[in-house]
Write a protein of this length. Structure first.
Length: 336
């Protein structure tokens, strides 16, 4: 089965072709970072208009790269939510209209399900069940994943997500948008324990997260210590976030009794986080899996793959032309 994946939830337009027999055949992503950098963050109206400009050329590009035509498609998967309403509407409109014209199914996919399953596109890939640490720009969650469509929320952030905290802290330190990668680079030259920073909720006894207090602590120290402290504060902030994410992930593995951890989402590309989890996995005897770096950020490949897996498992398609800007992953129906 050949599936075209369409991702347009925020500021990346992603198109990809996934075949259940041959794997990922082609993908293309256009990032709007340069356009939004002038404004210090994503402007929803500009994002929507840019998706309109990109979606058809990128579709032609992936088809040409794979040597295929529209008539070869068996289904089209698209991100139905969560995300920016206008941006989601672009992808949903395109996918549903094209599917109707071709007489093939349109498969609505939850954006976070795409991230959760993206490590399955890597080699080696994890078997079910596993614990998933989902750390994207707007979400920080721990999930138990027993199969496609079978997800149990173990814990989540009570305020800022880790990605949001990275971006906001970077802004406090005077770094350009997007802040996460810039802060990671600045941290390379800093001493992570020069200043004492909190590890919010690390010992709370549950699997929830909080990062707003850490961000505030960095702000207060930045005002007090001045420009010379920026690198040390960046390193300290990153170390604190990694401590919390790693600590909660290990607790989730202990509580579930599982020995496989999957890390997905944009923050999952952070080198310090990967190094810490790799070291913990080696020491404690569990396996950790990541998607390829190109699939950590938003992309069409994860949407095509998730749509294909849902189709193969017989999970009914939504069948409605709608978008869901707010959509809890736990609402997804389990396969029968």
């Amino acid at each position: 089965m050949l599936v075209l994946g369409v991702e347009s939830s925020c500021d990346e337009t992603g198109l990809a072709l996934f075949d259940t027999g041959r794997g990922l055949l082609a993908q293309a992503v256009h990032s709007q970072v340069a356009m939004h950098a002038e404004y210090g963050g994503v402007v929803p109206e500009l994002a929507s208009r840019d998706h309109i400009r990109r979606v058809i050329p990128l579709t032609r590009r992936v088809l040409a790269e794979a040597g295929l035509a529209l008539g070869d498609l068996d289904a089209i998967a698209y991100t139905q939510g969560p995300g920016l309403a206008g941006a989601l509407l672009v992808g949903a409109s395109f996918a549903n209209a094209l599917a109707l014209a071709l007489g093939i199914p349109a498969i609505a996919v939850h954006h976070l399900e795409g991230h959760l399953l993206s490590p399955l596109l890597a080699t080696p890939s994890p078997d079910f069940p596993f614990v998933a640490l989902l750390v994207s720009g707007g979400h920080t969650q721990l999930m138990r994943v027993d199969g496609v469509g079978c997800y149990q929320l173990l814990g989540e952030t009570v305020d800022d997500a880790a990605g949001e905290a990275f971006d906001k802290t970077a802004q406090l330190l005077g770094l350009a948008y997007p802040g996460g990668p810039a802060l990671e680079k600045l941290a390379e030259g800093g001493e992570p324990y020069r200043y004492k920073l909190p590890r919010p909720m690390l010992h709370s006894g549950d699997l929830d997260f909080s990062f707003s207090g850490l961000k505030t602590a960095v702000l207060m120290l930045a005002r007090k210590e001045g420009e010379s402290a920026r690198g040390h504060l960046a390193a300290g902030f990153q170390a604190a976030v990694v401590d919390v994410l790693a600590g909660k992930s290990l607790k989730a593995l202990r509580e579930t009794g599982l020995r496989r951890l999957v890390v997905a989402g944009g923050v999952g590309a952070n080198h310090a986080l990967r190094a810490r989890l790799d070291a913990e996995a080696k020491q404690q005897g569990f396996a950790v899996f990541y998607p390829p770096p190109a699939l950590c950020t938003d992309n069409g490949a994860m949407i095509a793959y998730a749509g294909a897996r849902r189709r193969v498992h017989g999970i009914p398609a939504d069948g409605r032309f709608t978008v869901r800007p707010r959509w809890e992953l736990a609402e997804l129906a389990a396969p029968r």
